[in-house]
Design a protein around this ligand. Structure first.
Ligand SMILES: Cc1cc2nc3c(=O)[nH]c(=O)nc-3n(C[C@H](O)[C@H](O)[C@H](O)COP(=O)(O)O)c2cc1C
Length: 203
């Protein structure tokens, strides 16, 4: 991938400067030093409503996302998603899943499915196109091996990547993230963030 690749970072953490924010910031620093342009969307500051399950956005054929009937920040966010060449998708693990904040965003991505009323399952609009790349970030109170294998958060981040037409280059999963109120990211996670950032924008 050429320099000045545009990387869009979508962060589903509720907290300023928690483990997710630290991992995101470090990754962004590494991406910028490697010459990429980055933009962070913190979902906690973003005006997105819940999907109404009306499926209007899924009825028209095409590789581009369908148009949602809701008039909110999702239109602008979808433009950012379409314009980016790579993604960082981040969410802590809450009750074994991505946060509700991230899930609300994820459900709005149904616009990336072609799903007419007479079909019992959707088709990914981006399937068959050359995939973009995505780096996944999650964390849990449980040790990382447990978090990665037993919780749904990484699977959900991966499904998000697939929905918007990207393939994961790897996951930064920080375990034991809440042993202190203001835990700092350990060296292992710092190294992993840097190495995945390089992989994300490699040709
Ligand atoms: C509502 C809630 C639910 C949580 N559920 C889990 C869980 O199911 N498993 C787990 O290991 N940690 C759980 N945690 C701990 C968080 O995963 C951990 O604090 C988080 O990764 C830190 O992210 P942050 O620093 O970006 O906020 C939960 C925390 C909260 C507040």
């Amino acid at each position: 991938m050429a320099n000045k690749a545009k990387v869009l970072v979508i962060n589903g953490s509720y907290r300023d400067d928690g483990i997710t924010d630290q991992a995101v910031e470090l990754t962004v620093e590494a991406l910028q030093s490697a010459g990429a342009a980055t933009e962070i969307v913190n979902l906690r500051d973003y005006p997105i409503e819940f999907c109404h399950n009306c499926r209007e956005c899924t009825q028209q054929l095409g590789t581009g996302p369908g148009k949602c009937v809701l008039d909110d920040g999702m239109h602008e966010l979808i433009e950012k998603i379409e314009a980016a060449q790579a993604y960082v998708l981040a969410s802590p693990t809450n009750f074994s899943s991505v946060t509700a904040l991230f899930k609300r965003f994820m459900e709005r991505l149904v616009a990336y499915a072609y799903w007419p009323w007479d079909k019992s399952y959707p088709k990914y609009r981006k399937a068959g196109l050359p995939p973009k790349k995505a780096m996944l970030i999650s964390s849990s109170a449980a040790p990382s091996w447990m978090g990665r294998w037993f919780f749904g958060s990484v699977k959900q981040l991966d499904m998000t990547a697939k929905t918007i037409g990207a393939k994961s280059v790897g996951t930064l999963f920080t375990g034991q993230a809440s042993t202190e109120k203001h835990r700092r990211l350990g060296q292992k996670s710092v190294d992993r963030a840097r190495s995945l950032a390089t992989r994300l924008i490699a040709a």
